[in-house]
Design a binder for this molecule. Sequence first.
Ligand code: V47
Ligand code: SF4
Length: 399
Amino acid sequence: MSKDLSVLLDSPHLSDAHKAIVQKVLNGERITFDEGVFLYEHGELAFVGALANFIRERKNGNQTFFNRNFHIEPTNLCVYDCKFCSYSRLIKQRSDTDAWAFSMEDMMNIVRKYDGQPVTEVHIVGGVLPQYDLPFYLEFFGKIKQHRPSLHVKALTPVEYHYIFKKAKVTYEEGMKMIKEAGCDSMPGGGAEIFHPEIREQIAADKCTGEQWLRIHEIWHELGMRSNATMLYGHIERFEHRIDHMDELRQLQDKTGGFQTFIPLKFRNQDNQMSHIPESTAVEDLRNYAISRIYLDNFDHIKTYWPMIGRTTAQLSLAFGVDDLDGTIDDTTKIYSMAGSEEQNPVLTTQQLVDMIRKVGRQPIERDTLYHVVQDFTDVEFAEDKEFRGYVELPVINN
Ligand code: V47
Ligand code: SF4
């Protein structure tokens, strides 16, 4: 493969600047901020794709990971007013019948619904409301662990943590220690949006700043814990803002090594205050995956959230740096379906997801949250009735 990529060094169609980046990738060297911007401005799809695929295969070979999880969204109301979010208007405009705010018991009932099912993780994320405070979440995490100790709790983002710690008058350090002790196992990547204040102040003015987001992840990593990172792209930001965002993540990762995966989130424009902004094209989405893969040399994984990007682009992304497909079962997450998700019915059985991965020549690997292999599906044959070694496909949940 390295031989294949090195032919680019002799290409009459590439500039010296392109070739300098090829050489760095071949040598396993890091590209600079300016080179990152250069790739966005002058890196054509096939070029960045070749580099990203080379890096992807060097890091993860042909493996493509997926995870079986379910989501709990405590509420679809929020005190904040992020312009891109289809939740934010709800607190003011949505009729009572459309709004929900689950009680502790409601949420435990969702957890119990998965008893006996082969899920390894619960992903908890939603709007921010005062009643969901620090004592509430400490109790909730404890109850989940009491009920099903092996279930990995991936919960909340610095947006919620900043809010609930402030309300409880505890420092970030004290708060993160408390949530760890209560049973939270890892932190998802949400709430990152675009860190740069020039953009953040326009799209997500009131919630935690980029600096606070990064600090909370840093403290979490210092406690020996892992987390993910996202970037909401394709709205009003410029390429420099994307590279600035990834640069902040790269620097923190150098310091702590606590990030597991980077998830670029394509801005969807339905039913929010930024609906007038056209969405990025599939070509731009693939270029963005590829440049993320090239820039974030110290991240092991790049993930796509297929219910949001669509199945076909998700399959293509596996040749543009992505090695992880999120969203297997019960991925009817409202935050996306309201924003205009690609998928009308964003649920796949494990067999369908495995087929999707195989069709583009990759090896499907079920992982747990911390990337331990749960099951290698490379050579697994599914029975007609879609049952496999005791793994029974879950029913579609319309929540
Ligand atoms: O922070 C909100 C985004 C995020 C829109 O860590 C939107 O494994 C696009 O972070 N268009 C929450 N995106 C979801 C999230 C996530 C998802 C899957 C896996 C993981 C993980 C994390 O959703 C928010 C925001 O950036 N979002 N509205 C929209 N209109
Ligand atoms: Fe609230 Fe999150 Fe939506 Fe912002 S993105 S309004 S914090 S739910």
